[in-house]
Design a protein around this ligand. Structure first.
Ligand code: PNS
Length: 160
């Protein structure tokens, strides 16, 4: 059984992430979307909120599940015996940032191989941080994120 892990911060999950999931889910027996719990960072959404939003967005893929992890990705991939780490590439600058991470992860977990998935052109400008910025200033993010995320962003910024 081939297990792929798609790790990230997902603060929040975007249609760009879902574009990657849609490409990857049919390629593997099982996929885990792994949300990084980083106690040193102040995310907009808690880990629990991110897990719930992702769960709702990926419910249509029976072989995709959602988990959180903390610490090194390589320790997590070893623990769950992942075969593949998936990362989406929107641009050459993404690749430049991702390659050393993939090589370090390969050094730390010699089993799991990183596979880069080019995003669709339509997703190339979508990032969680830009979505947060646009939403914070009252901009329309409906085309960039799933509906539940859109609503969750609205409630976050209405209550601040
Ligand atoms: O969505 P992001 O923020 O681009 O995801 C980055 C992530 C979570 C995949 C990366 O920061 C990560 O793997 N962090 C865990 C700590 C770790 O293993 N660091 C060394 C990577 S070489």
């Amino acid at each position: 059984m081939r297990l792929a892990v798609y790790p990230g911060t997902f603060d929040p999950i975007t249609n760009g992430h879902l574009d990657v999931v849609a490409k990857v889910a049919p390629l593997f027996d099982s996929c885990v979307i792994a949300v990084l719990h980083n106690p040193n960072k102040q995310p907009l959404f808690t880990v629990e909120e991110r897990l719930d939003l992702i769960q709702a967005a990926v419910a249509c893929w029976a072989n995709v599940r959602v988990e959180s992890f903390s610490g090194l990705l390589a320790d997590y991939t070893k623990q769950i015996e992942a075969d593949v780490v998936v990362r989406g590439l929107r641009s050459v600058s993404d690749f430049e940032a991702e390659l050393p991470m993939a090589q370090m992860n390969q050094r730390l977990d010699t089993h799991a191989v990183t596979v880069f998935i080019p995003t669709s052109r339509d997703s190339a400008d979508i990032s969680s941080s830009l979505v947060r910025q646009v939403a914070m200033h009252g901009g329309d993010v409906a085309a960039l994120v799933p509906l539940a995320v859109c609503n969750a962003l609205r409630s976050k910024f209405m209550s601040t």
